[in-house]
Design a protein around this ligand. Structure first.
Ligand code: ASP
Length: 439
């Protein structure tokens, strides 16, 4: 039998009226059996997400030993939500208990996770469905990674027999037995895990947009919608800043080839975007699927004559980053040169100085230079590799916009070309690329 897992994001949980709309969506399709929810998000621009209110509660708790003041705002959100839903649910008692537990546990992850926990409890009541606590079915390994096999087994056991079940997103149980959260936006990953566990026909991810757009609508006016996209393209685009879906969401689904459907809670009839495994994906015929990017990278440029002949050169340089525990994003290289691209937020001034000194000691480069305020822009599409002249068009478009390219990296998958430009050229560069391939 076909089974759908539906994950509803924060804006789909924002207030009682929206949750009533979600109830309609779920009940209109008997295959929508398993529901994963985020914490209530923003009701209007300028509003604060419940998760952020909870992080503020934890900050207050750390400072003063109580979270009383900040938790008032959390309380108000849930009380009004339950009132709007007009259901017999003792939210006050549950909030009292939650506040007391937050103060007892004194854990940031536990505090943050309560947004999803409370929301799932309410939605289970609204749907008359079974509530399954994520801490009993989603498990992490000692190193913080997901214990997939254990989680899939526990979920499929827990949901068996349930007509409909609601599971809070964003957290599970760490190896120490305590509640542990994913990174922000992690309910998308929880949804993928549940979809994998029940071998869903499709994982529906309900958001407040009708699918992926080919680029950021804040930069380009009404960009085209992407109807279908492969897992790999999605991974590239979401990693590079297209933030409809958490970039790690596809990992649990890959082996089972489960498609993801992005849907809009506020316009459920819209087709949305289908995210497909390569076995089911046929490129749409367009050369480029999407353009995405991020600002604020630092590039460390290193030059040394005969670098290519020096055995272990790259290894020694990278060893410094391992020692300093700094993740590297890209390493474009030439014969005598290499560049190391790192997110600027990872590098304090002192850290950068330490790294430079260590590289000097390790490989004695002729030149080592730091280039800051770099934006990376990825142009992504399966069609690019099979078509002659794509990169020429890309670089011409950037040149015609009078933008200086600081770095180029073509992934060996030939699925993307990444260019680095100065932060201030970021928007202009995205517009130039978009207009070259889509207008
Ligand atoms: N509520 C969490 C956040 O705001 C997780 C999620 O919404 O997916 O990041």
């Amino acid at each position: 039998m076909s089974v759908k897992v539906c994950k509803f994001g924060g804006t789909s949980m924002a207030d009682g009226n929206v949750i009533n709309g979600v109830k309609k969506i779920i009940e209109s399709d008997a295959e929508r059996k398993y529901v994963v929810v985020s914490a209530p998000g923003k009701r209007y621009s300028g509003d604060t997400k419940v998760t952020d209110l909870l992080y503020a509660s934890y900050a207050e708790l750390q400072k003063s030993g109580t979270c009383k003041k900040s938790f008032t705002a959390v309380r108000a959100r849930y009380v009004s939500l339950v009132k709007e839903l007009n259901i017999p649910f003792d939210i006050d008692a549950l909030l009292d208990e939650t506040e007391a537990m937050i103060e007892r546990e004194k854990s940031e992850d536990f505090t943050a996770s309560r947004g999803e926990y409370l929301c799932a409890r309410i939605v289970a009541e609204v749907l008359d469905a079974e509530f399954i606590d994520a801490k009993d079915v989603i498990f992490f390994n000692e190193d913080g990674s997901l214990d997939g096999e254990k989680s899939y087994k526990a979920i499929s056991f827990a949901v068996s027999g349930a007509e409909r079940a609601v599971i809070p997103g964003f957290y599970g149980r760490g190896a120490d037995g305590k509640v542990k959260t994913f990174t922000r936006g992690g309910s998308d990953i929880s949804g993928s895990i549940v979809a994998r566990a029940v071998n869903a026909t499709v994982y529906e991810n309900w958001t407040d947009v009708s699918g992926f757009l080919a680029c950021d609508p804040r930069i380009v006016d009404s960009p085209v919608k992407i109807k279908t996209i492969s897992y790999k393209e999605l991974r590239e685009l979401s990693y590079m800043g297209a933030n409809v879906l958490h970039s790690d969401s596809i990992f649990p689904l890959r082996k089972a080839n489960i498609p993801i459907q992005i849907k809009n809670t506020f316009s459920p009839q819209d087709a949305g975007t289908s995210i497909l495994p390569s076995t089911r994906y046929t490129p749409s015929g367009s050369l480029v699927t999407g353009v995405a990017g991020k600002k604020n990278f630092t590039v460390l440029f290193i030059e040394k004559s005969h670098m290519n002949a020096e055995v272990g050169f790259i290894c020694k340089v990278l060893g410094v980053f391992v020692e300093e525990n700094i993740p590297i994003e890209h390493i474009p290289s030439g014969i005598d040169t290499m560049s190391i691209v790192v997110e600027s937020g990872r590098l304090s001034k002192e850290k950068l100085e330490v790294i430079i000194e260590k590289i000097k000691a390790a490989v004695a480069p002729d030149i080592i230079r730091v280039i800051e305020d770099i934006a990376l822009i990825a142009t992504v599409g399966h069609g690019m590799s099979s078509s002659v002249g794509t990169s020429a068009r890309l670089f011409n478009a950037i040149a015609n916009a009078n933008i200086n390219i600081k770095m180029i990296d073509q992934g060996s998958s030939e699925l993307n070309i990444i260019v680095g430009v100065q932060n201030e050229d970021y928007e202009k560069c995205i517009r130039a690329i978009y207009s070259e391939f889509f207008n």
